[in-house]
Ligand binder design. Structure first.
Ligand SMILES: [Zn+2]
Length: 284
């Protein structure tokens, strides 16, 4: 997607973001309306704009390092005389990036590329983190309410990339983490007509508000599965049973000490049981 981005990559292209988001969601098994930030966060991918800007800087560096008798440099010098040239746009971009502590437009060289890349990735990660906590567009409650409890950086998640989980396990975990599972009432009743107030989105089995936390660590409907899951977690932390429900879900979904396949299998088992009882109730 970023072919030739050195030339055209200074500005954001929404269609490229859409393609990248769809690729993340397809791989994780998320739905169209799942949050893009969670999909990208679990894959640990930087934004398209950041990748494009790295390509722009790389091309700019390459041109700066060539001798003046080389054809690309001659074309570049000719083009830079125009009022709106690629070179002027790149120089403006470098100034806006505030990288004066690394280099400036006159002394930029190949040795600056790695620090520049790191700087761009840091900017990208902090922008992603700010968006994660931005509720301006969701005054009535964000889907990411659970996700942001445990996801603090833009690193790829082991369940998604480093352990080759079967698709159904990856999907169950991704949906629960991103707060976009239709099987959890707090999400499902979000789209009802008329809208269901938050305190009425109750669990079909125990009348508590059904959040991801309630589902994963509290509801008695899955107490036997919780028991096994908690035992696994207890092996890594002796204090696990004393934690609050919120602390438990944070630990379960962010622990890198327990094999992600084990945790995903328990999550899948809970969803399967819920599905079974819900469809049974519906039939009767
Ligand atoms: Zn319940």
């Amino acid at each position: 997607m970023s072919y030739g981005a050195g030339i055209w990559g200074m500005v954001e292209h929404k269609k490229l973001n859409s393609v990248q988001n769809r690729a993340c969601k397809l791989f994780l098994g998320l739905k169209r309306n799942s949050p893009n930030l969670a999909a990208r966060g679990d894959m640990g991918w930087t934004s398209c704009l950041t990748k494009q800007r790295v390509e722009v800087l790389r091309l700019f560096c390459r041109l700066k390092c060539l001798s003046n008798d080389r054809l690309p440099v001659m074309i570049s010098n000719w083009s830079s005389r125009r009022s709106k040239s690629w070179e002027k746009s790149v120089e403006a971009m470098i100034r806006n990036l505030n990288v004066s502590h690394i280099c400036n437009v006159d002394n930029i060289s190949k040795s600056h590329m790695n620090p520049l890349k790191r700087h761009l990735f840091q900017i990208d990660e902090s922008k992603w983190f700010q968006d994660l906590w931005n509720d301006d567009k969701n005054p009535n409650g964000n889907k990411l309410r659970t996700y942001r409890l445990f996801k603090k950086d833009l690193k790829p998640e082991p369940y998604a990339l480093s352990h080759f989980l079967p698709r159904h396990l990856r999907k169950a975990t991704a949906l629960l983490r991103s707060g976009s599972s239709d099987l959890i009432m707090i999400e499902k009743l979000r789209y009802s007509h008329p809208p269901t107030p938050l305190n009425c989105r109750t669990c079909p089995f125990c009348l508590e508000i059904e959040t991801e936390t309630h589902f994963l660590v509290e509801c008695d409907m899955y107490s036997d599965i919780h028991f096994e899951l908690f035992q696994e977690m207890h092996k890594t932390d002796n204090n696990f049973y004393n934690l609050s429900p919120k602390e438990k879900i944070i630990m379960i979904l962010s622990s890198d000490l327990v094999n992600p396949k084990t945790i995903s299998s328990y999550i899948y088992e809970m969803f399967s049981r819920r599905n079974y009882y819900m469809s049974y109730n519906y039939r009767t």
